[in-house]
Design a protein around this ligand. Sequence first.
Ligand SMILES: [Zn+2]
Length: 396
Amino acid sequence: MKLAIRAGRLFDGVAAEPVEHPVVLVDGGRIVAVGSGTEPPAEAEVVDLGAATLVPGFVDSHVHLVFDASTDPVSRLSDLDDDLLLDEMRARARQALAAGITTVRDLGDRGYLSLRLRDELAADPTAGPQVLAAGPPITTGRGHCWFLGGETTGGPDAVRAAVRERAARGVDVVKLMATGGELTPGTSSHLAQFAVDELAAAVDEAHRLGLPTTAHAHGATGIANAVAAGVDMIEHGTFMTADSIEPDPALIAAIAEAGIPIGATVAQKPKPGVTPPPRILKLLPLIVGLFREFRAAGIPIVCSSDFGIGPLKEPDCLPYGPTQLVTFLGDAPADALRAVTSLAADACGLGDRKGRLAAGFDADVVAVDGDPLADPAALTAVTAVFRAGVRVPLPR
Ligand SMILES: [Zn+2]
């Protein structure tokens, strides 16, 4: 049975000019055609969404389904056994999907639970996004997020073994903790964890097994190590020092030269009375300056959420991200929309299936009120969601 989705206009994931009066024809979970002002074929079931704008389902390239978006997600996690945790992860997956997030890349779970969820959601597209999963991130002894279970003893051989274990489990991506992080007491965001030869061994082993890699890296040494090791993506990339942000122009040029995208985990959903941690708030203007330098160097900036790590990071916060790119980086709305659709899909290795509304792509389609190409805030006014061509019942 073919499905024809009609609406007022459409952003295809790439073009700055909308398609007016679109008809998206879907068959077997894939888009077979996108027309403008065309009549749906007689045999198709027609869904008319009126004046809404159709956009590609959003791709969140950095999430943590195991974290609960409280002020202390780490302690909370240690209170939960796997069954209870998996139930919470299912609820978060539903919350994300209802906001139009049809694909998430989980960059750190406990006990490979996100892989179990991935397999469940593959069987029921209305229950959550498509999941790409890293399992427990690979880290050093008592290193960043060690409590998720991904500690290694150190040295290239141990890191290779950790990659092989994940490949055997069936992960989609390998996550490497190249520096400490804000969430983990006893680690420092500005300090490198692994040496270059350890990261290079991980990347080599992952690539040999057909897996992409992405590195959590704040401090410049960690970023430089990740670039030298040949990682496929860098998360955060903040050039953090002990108390400031200090961009290194030569390193920025090296990131650009290598074509490595930066995952800017900036999306957050405003909550009355809640502000980001004071340390981050203080650094914010400097981080904005840094990201403008990334833009100027031609580095692809993917907008993601890191959802779960704090109160502003609810599982449905990604659609708020593009507005921040427009406000802080001065992005054109179309660029900001690409950062959560086609560009995010490319960075996740899904550029031929996700992030665009075009023939041959998965029928992950979101309808929003208003015109996000004029104001990306419209992305948060979701009126309909389809994943793999199946309409998702939305909570009222
Ligand atoms: Zn993260």
